[in-house]
Design a protein around this ligand. Sequence first.
Ligand code: PMP
Length: 395
Amino acid sequence: MSNEELTARWQGALMNNYGTPLLPLVRGAGSRVWDADGKEYLDFVGGIAVNALGHAHPAVVEAVSRQIGSLGHISNFFMSEPTVTLAERLLQHFGRDGRVFFCNSGAEANEAAFKIGRLTGRTHVVATEGAFHGRTMGALALTGQPGKRDPFLPLPGDVTHVPFGDAQALAAAVTEETALVVLEPIQGELGVVVPPVGYLKAARAITAATGALLVLDEVQTGVGRTGHWFEYQAHEGVLPDVVTLAKGLGGGLPLGATIAFGRAAELLQPGHHGTTFGGNPVACAAGLAVLDTIENEGLLENVKRQSEKLRTGIEGAGHSLIDYVRGAGLLLGIVLTEPRAPQVRAAAQEAGFLVNVPAPDVVRLMPPLNLGDDEVEAFLGALPGILDAAAASGE
Ligand code: PMP
């Protein structure tokens, strides 16, 4: 089956909600993937951070195979050991007592956070402009991107959106009626937008003063992506009430989590919330393999090292199309001097590299956390040619 044939079949059978796929992929190993025509690519998208360990990592393959071969999922009226162990291990990495709710996606993790906030008895919510929290109606109500929201208005909730990174605007919006403030530590979908130093700490102080819950959406930044277990841990004096995770946590399987601390951990009561596949042992076994591998292979250190090499190499290329690089760890945005990110993506794909375009002037890199030296060098070596091709492209 060729790229062309698979794409034609896709067009006849799937809803076109993401636009026609860029490529049909048939195989992956580590940071490499192959399309249906047999062409090889280095995957610097990692399934938008979904594949923390790359494709077909032996630890994930082994854990998932073992678990599905012994106990699959029955229902949350029962329980299994991988679910409990994964919750305990996550809490260890937070270094705090708390409670975990498992689900299947980032949107679902944020829905649970939203509902936890409502259980405080308050209804007002503060979120940020440009934020992305998911596409279900509740998560979309938190999302601050008009293009994604507008076709679905009215959305639930009493949500005020304030400019991201502006502590004064946040302080002005949060009142004694505010149930929760939800923030991404870095706005990934908007183009890897990093807030000013001190913003998260200010958000913590503002919410603590009024009794609002501080919810950090670490769906994109969490689980080692930025070189810390969770990005907020890079910011002194920030202890959120709720953290949401998904993407990289499941090592390629659908797995989300809402982790609550302190009084927020006590709010959900039996009957308030649930989801059939949440906490299923197969996805949790994959999650444990991800955490084990990050620890055993020293991947937080690798993330920092490869991030530094990528940043220095990209900025050092001195190409006229590159303005600067922003982000943290292996969540990087190459900010261009012109809105030619789609052309860069196309030229990169031609050259055998998959990158992502969250904004017309930003190329996003989110490779697997175990990215190797040779893979970084291959990317940096190819970059000038890719940028030249993108600059010359007539499109
Ligand atoms: N929150 C953030 C910060 C995200 O980046 C995303 C996905 N891009 C989501 C939530 C939604 O996750 P999902 O697609 O798994 O629902």
